[in-house]
Design a protein around this ligand. Structure first.
Ligand code: NAI
Length: 306
């Protein structure tokens, strides 16, 4: 199993590290435009192999796509991250050109590749990758909901004072501060609805903190986060590589599901060897439906800037 990670920056390198530590891929290729950067990150990571006990071979290249040939999976993290006070949407003018050319280069050398898009504004970049490559809709997946759901579970566990592994919860909708929809109605602690334990005020706090989860970290770090994003991407890569058919809210090209078409937005999806194996349509209540429609309008507006 060969995985290419485009962009050897904070998220790309973190993703490569988690993939290597989990030891399910034979090869990870890091590729970056910054001269020597991917080679350096790859060498640094390879020097952890004997310490961390993995056999995955990690190599790096400066923009030589022939080294990515015949990748099974490619992750696109290339582009600029946001700075404190910026929205993800403000990155579009720089990142659109990068994501388009990267996606085109990837499929030239790996015609059967499954692509996971991470670069922001992620839903629009996923849509762009679809339009630029014309790949079947199961083979391009946007990563946002997996991360937002992990952040939701972190906030729920904090409010419940319990381990995050006891909590289940999902965030759908656009990957933006205003577009994401944490589904508090469906969140549970060991199968018991969280509303049994938390007041409306507490639940509202969890909801609001989840929505600004990325912005909170950007303010603290001076740039956007990388550990949880890298872990979220690597979990999706593992689901494809090992055909686990695990469900992640993912940005999928919709064709009538949830009443939406010609848009990539976060919905629950089963991820396996074919990429998106199935989009799962869950029953939303009227308020959730209205929020999803509003979120979709915002994503379409950003798509209009392409
Ligand atoms: P970073 O600046 O640390 O790394 C980006 C890397 O991309 C740099 O090393 C840069 O040289 C490289 N790059 C730029 N143009 C390239 C090209 N044409 N080909 C190959 N490499 C190129 O940024 P970071 O923190 O890793 O973030 C990457 C992207 O991921 C940003 O757009 C950020 O907003 C996004 N992001 C998305 C998340 C999500 O949930 N979808 C979560 C976190 C970040």
């Amino acid at each position: 199993m060969k995985v290419t990670v485009v962009g050897a920056g904070a998220v790309g390198a973190s993703c490569a590290e988690y993939i290597a530590i989990k030891d399910f891929a034979s090869e990870v290729v890091l590729i970056d435009i910054k001269e020597g950067f991917a080679e350096g990150k790859a060498m640094d990571l390879m020097q952890t192999a004997s310490l961390n006990g993995f056999d995955t071979k990690i190599t790096g290249t400066t923009n030589d796509y022939s080294k990515t040939a015949d990748s099974d999976i490619a992750v696109i993290t290339s582009g600029i991250p946001r700075k404190p006070g910026m929205t993800r949407e403000e990155l579009i003018s720089t990142n659109a050109g990068i994501v388009k050319s990267v996606a085109e280069n990837l499929i030239k050398h790996s015609p059967n590749v499954i692509i996971i898009v991470v670069s922001n504004p992620m839903d629009t970049m996923t849509y762009l990758a679809h339009k630029a490559t014309g790949l079947p809709k199961n083979r391009i997946i946007g990563m946002g909901g997996a991360l937002d759901s992990a952040r939701f579970k972190y906030r729920l566990a904090e409010a419940l004072d319990c381990p995050a592994s006891d909590v289940d919860g999902m965030v759908i909708g656009g990957h933006s501060d205003t577009g994401m929809i944490p589904l508090t109605r469906l969140a549970t602690r060991n199968s018991v609805p969280v509303s049994k334990f938390l007041s409306d005020d507490k639940l509202n706090y969890v909801l609001e903190e989840t929505k600004v989860g990325g912005a909170t970290l950007t303010k603290l770090l001076g740039t956007s986060a990388w550990y949880a994003p890298g872990a979220a991407v690597s979990a999706m890569v593992q689901a494809i590589a090992c055909d686990t058919k695990k469900m992640f809210p993912s940005s999928c090209m919709l064709d009538g599901e949830y009443g939406l078409s010609d848009i990539c937005i976060g919905v629950p999806a089963i991820i396996g060897r074919n990429g998106i194996e199935k989009i799962v349509e869950i029953e939303l209540d009227d308020a959730e439906k209205a929020k999803l429609a509003e979120s979709a309008d915002a994503v379409k507006k950003t798509n209009g800037l392409l």
